[in-house]
Design a protein around this ligand. Sequence first.
Ligand SMILES: [Mg+2]
Length: 360
Amino acid sequence: MKITEILPSWFEYPLTIKIGAMPRFKITGTILRIKTDEGVTGIAGTHFVNADKGLVAHIKGWEKILLKKNPFETEKIWRDIYNTMNRITFGIFQSISVIDCALWDIKGKVLGKPVYQLLGGYQNKVKAYASFPWWVNPKALSSYLEPALERGFKAVKVRIGKNIDWDQRVLQTVRDIGGDDLEIMADVNSGYTFRQALKIARIAEKLDLRWLEEPLPSDDLVGLAELRKRVDVDIAGGENDAYTWRFREILEKGAYDIIQPDVTRSGGITEVKKIAAIAESYGKLCINHIFGIGPIQYANLQLIGAVSNCPYMEYGFFPDEFLMTTAPIEVDKEGFAHLPEKPGLGFELDEEVFNKYKKD
Ligand SMILES: [Mg+2]
């Protein structure tokens, strides 16, 4: 079996959001199709990088490595791309990630199995947490939370990081609405200084949060490790990091209780499987970061199905159309997401919706 064609394209969705330290941005993303001489096509998506046009060109550039290769040789293809990036990672992390995910989709489709089973299936369902992708005013929170609780979600994540008073009102409101049994996560998206992070971490501790995410800029591993020593709440992060060596450093420095790589950003399924194994050796949880369209959710869910240290799936509350798949991931009345039994990554792209927002 051989790879015959590489077809990346990007889209822009008319939804602008503001998260943590980031300025307001419009959601974009890239979809990659990899064709083979046996008629099987692998499809995967990746997160916006605000430079999708560049990402498309970058992925096209890997034709020299991908064409005529056997798509089953993910380890070899991964290493050839990585070595060409020269370790200091010339290029864009998302390109190696989305290529690897599309190749795993091919493998699953050829063998007629979902990817998580090929990776050594561990679980066929996992607790999903409702993740609200933008800041919600405390007064409007019930209109977000109540539908999620009614659907069966037992855990929710809210965005904070606006200012301490506002954050405190958000978290207290969520606790009041959800009660003591609701698992609450809060995400600062790298938005605070050490002093602010300490304040919000103490509030998180008092309200018994399941975890506090990226309270400090994700490159401040020393500050994160210091914060962890001073509070009794789990600190999570890693969505902006990639590759095994970086996560080894993060774990060695004791920056997080929970690491959060993303298969569409941190090096693909091949690499994040290894990152999860390193976390396991440190006795840490590895709970994938998932943000964006359905293909990103499905690819991460496949990895979650194959590791023993990921007890949650991040389930973004986006408009249905934005997911761009023909069916959303199924979440049952107890709040568990079910691994798809379809071959490959398990989704079908909604071509009509994708074409509506496709740019190039
Ligand atoms: Mg986050």
